[in-house]
Design a protein around this ligand. Structure first.
Ligand code: ADP
Ligand code: ZN
Length: 370
């Protein structure tokens, strides 16, 4: 299955999200996203050896006059720094990039955020083409225009809203994605299922669909995976189109993330290689806690938590707080995280049937009980 969606964001140029197999080799598609004479491909050392030559060759064949440079950085969240951001700007300077140049982000969320932020800042903003190569980036971070780098003081503390000029999701690149990264992306896919009705009432049955196709998704069935990506992108496009700056229901996309973020920070972003949970895994646990909290507050039936837990378990995702982390520590973390005001903490809660909403002032005792 291939699909082309258009994201129309108020006050910004609409852009298209193309989803399908082997789009990396589609020179015409790539060339249509680059207006000027300069393009910088930003990628990491895992992704570049697999895919950068193909992108560059297809683009160059379609646009022989285009000057193309590359910046390849080591993989990992700890590379999403101001220093790497500076390197991207230096690479643009060296290329002689003008106002109509393009930055092409070829990689997962780390590369998308970093390259996107460089594109947002070079000459006050040039075109950014997102070519996400992880499932997580395809369904979430590449769409919506959030860009950022981390500081020692915390994640994503410096950034900008800078919608991409185009998103090109080549589903074939998922074949080389490590299993654990795939499952991390599936956690974000489930997030859309839990919030589907609120995001787009026309596609309310996404959670049921996920339950019907969990094993196929885990087995990377190409057609089912492409359909999941297209539906998630449509959800995200709809919500971003009406709320780019997250003043309203874009916040629903943070379902599971208040708890999840607290878990990630408490374990020091140990992630896949540090023996901790990665982002999607932390979100999976966070979604279970958020659903149990919703039930505790009478917003969802108790069965909703069990249903979600079964789905996440079938997707081989964790569903309980990792050993060594205490509820008290997580609660303290959520406080530091500015999610709290005097009356309690702000959560995204759900009814278990696809509806979600922001609930401020949840009492600490209720959170601890969960
Ligand atoms: P996320 O999208 O989860 O934020 P990252 O940008 O950190 O992720 O990417 C996760 C890891 O997967 C990194 O080590 C990255 O180099 C690697 N990676 C990304 N895409 C692919 C792919 N298609 N094939 C193999 N490895 C990939
Ligand atoms: Zn997330």
């Amino acid at each position: 299955m291939s699909a082309i969606l258009t994201v129309a964001v108020d006050g910004a140029h609409p852009y298209t999200i193309s989803i399908g197999a082997d789009l990396l080799d589609d020179g015409a598609l790539l060339a249509a996203t680059v207006r000027g004479r300069h393009a910088l491909i930003v990628s990491d050392r895992n992704v570049a050896p697999l895919y950068a030559d193909r992108v560059q060759a297809a683009l160059q064949a379609a646009r022989p006059e285009l000057a193309i440079a590359r910046l390849i950085i080591p993989p990992g969240e700890h590379e999403k720094t101001l220093q790497r951001f500076g390197q991207a700007l230096d690479a643009l300077a060296e290329l002689g990039a003008t106002r109509d140049a393009a930055v092409i982000a070829l990689g997962g969320g780390v590369i998308g955020d970093l390259a996107g932020f460089a594109g947002a800042c070079w000459m006050r903003g040039i075109d950014v083409v997102q070519i996400p190569t992880t499932l997580l980036a395809m369904v979430d971070s590449s769409v919506g225009g959030k860009t950022a780098v981390d500081l020692p003081a915390g994640k994503n503390l410096v950034g900008a809203f800078h919608p991409p000029r185009a998103v090109i999701a080549d589903t074939s690149v998922l074949h080389t994605l490590p299993d654990r990264e795939l499952r991390s992306g599936l956690a974000e896919v489930v997030k859309y299922g839990v919030t589907a009705v609120s995001l787009d009432p026309a596609d309310a049955g996404f959670l049921d669909w996920l339950e019907a196709h969990a094993e196929a998704l885990l087995a990377r069935d190409p057609a089912i995976t492409a359909e999941a990506i297209a539906r998630c992108c449509a959800f995200k496009a709809a919500v971003v189109g009406r709320d780019l700056l997250e003043h309203g229901d874009r916040a629903l996309l943070n379902f599971g993330h208040t708890f999840g973020h607290a878990i990630e920070v408490e374990q020091g972003y140990a992630g896949t290689h540090g023996g901790g949970l990665n982002h999607g895994e932390a979100v999976a646990v966070g979604m279970i806690l958020a659903m149990r909290l919703s039930a505790a507050l009478g917003l969802a039936p108790a069965s909703a938590g069990d249903r979600l837990q079964r789905l996440l378990q079938r997707l081989e995702l964790p569903t309980s707080i990792p050993e060594g982390l205490t509820p008290d520590a997580l609660l303290t973390r959520m406080h530091l995280d500015k999610k709290a005001d005097a009356s309690g903490i702000r959560f995204i809660l759900a009814d278990g049937a696809g509806r979600a909403r922001v609930v401020p002032g949840v009492e600490e005792a209720t959170v601890l009980a969960v």
